[in-house]
Design a protein around this ligand. Structure first.
Ligand code: ASP
Length: 328
């Protein structure tokens, strides 16, 4: 089953085959993702797309890789953040979306601090295709896909694998998307970190919760360290103390040395060196972190192509002009 949805809002609820289709597409863009100046031959599917990257929270990897993906696919696009938009004059997100829609924009890449903001746009902007590029503590599906891609390229298949995710899982949209994607593809996750930064045991599919990192790492196929998301802490939530946190939950050089060489080490970035992961571990060359960044371009090219093809197919089926699909 190929991915044929009008939006990519999350990995929760996607079938394994849909995820597999997006990963297959991303694999086909692997060389393109690492080649400066690569350009796709124009396809009718992507020629009809006009994208805006609506990035309303800080972003380096996601914003830049969407822009590069759009350029390499020859998709008309622009990137804007809130400091350059009338949102700061009091305009609502939906009115900003409608304004861009009236200019013919039909793909919205949306990063927003509120959970559900991209989903709201998908309901309010008929004919537009929305990609969630990170909504608060909600989901970050293209990040989840790029992590799955890196693992699948290493292992061939994810079935039966065990991945430890360590850190501030509670506030992490990356963790949530990963856990859903991994569960769909038959892998299990162990969520580890300070108890108050973990979801309720059993709350996330295919996952269990552990408090001791060294125990959790025994027999793990991969480990992903997460940043403490200070900006998402609410009043009353205690920030862990840096040195004590590193001691218990950091991927220190000492821990990295004890891991078998085949255990993969991931981090979505940005890193806080010597807190959740030692700078020496990153610089030592045995992590997947730069491969993850390259996978980000491939996955975003895959997502845009899949949306373009779905749009193309729906307008052929319904006879409706491209862009009118979500209304149909
Ligand atoms: N870049 C990821 C995100 O946007 C992870 C992080 O910020 O720590 O969620």
């Amino acid at each position: 089953m190929s991915f044929r949805r009008p939006h990519l809002l999350g990995l929760a609820g996607l079938e394994a085959e849909e995820i597999g289709d997006l990963l297959d597409r991303a694999d086909s863009f692997w060389e393109a993702a690492g080649t400066p100046g690569w350009r796709a031959t124009k396809s009718p599917a992507t020629a009809r797309l006009s994208a805006v990257n609506l990035i309303l929270e800080p972003s380096t990897r996601t914003r830049c890789s969407f822009e590069i993906a759009e350029q390499r696919l020859g998709i008309e696009h622009l990137s804007v953040g809130d400091e350059r938009l009338s949102l700061i004059k009091g305009e609502t997100l939906v009115d900003t979306g409608r304004t861009l829609r009236a200019m013919g924009v039909n793909v919205f890449i949306v990063r927003h601090p509120e959970v559900g903001a991209p989903a709201r746009l998908s309901e309010e902007l008929p004919g537009a295709h929305i990609v969630n590029a990170g909504d608060g503590t909600g989901e970050h599906p293209t990040q989840g896909l790029l992590d799955l891609l890196v693992l699948r390229r290493r292992w061939g298949s994810l079935g039966g694998r065990r991945i430890v995710i360590v850190g501030d899982v509670l506030h992490s949209r990356v963790a949530r998307s990963c856990v859903h994607g991994l569960a769909a593809l038959g892998a299990t996750t162990v969520l580890c970190g300070p108890r108050h930064l973990q979801p309720e045991a059993g709350g996330w599919p295919g996952s269990s919760v552990a408090e001791d990192l060294d125990d959790a790492l025994a027999g793990a196929d991969a480990v992903m360290a997460l940043r403490i998301q200070r900006e998402r802490f609410t009043a009353g939530e205690a920030l862990p103390e840096r040195a004590a946190y590193r001691e218990r939950f950091g991927l220190t050089m000492e821990r990295a040395r004890r891991l078998p060489s085949e255990t993969l080490i991931l981090h979505p970035g940005p890193f806080n060196r010597d807190v959740e992961i030692d700078g020496e571990v990153i610089d030592g060359g045995r992590t997947e972190v730069w491969t993850q960044v390259r996978a980000g371009v491939a996955v975003r090219m895959a997502t845009l192509t899949a949306l373009g093809e779905a749009l193309e197919a729906s307008s052929v089926e319904t006879g409706a002009p491209a862009g009118a699909w979500a209304r149909a």
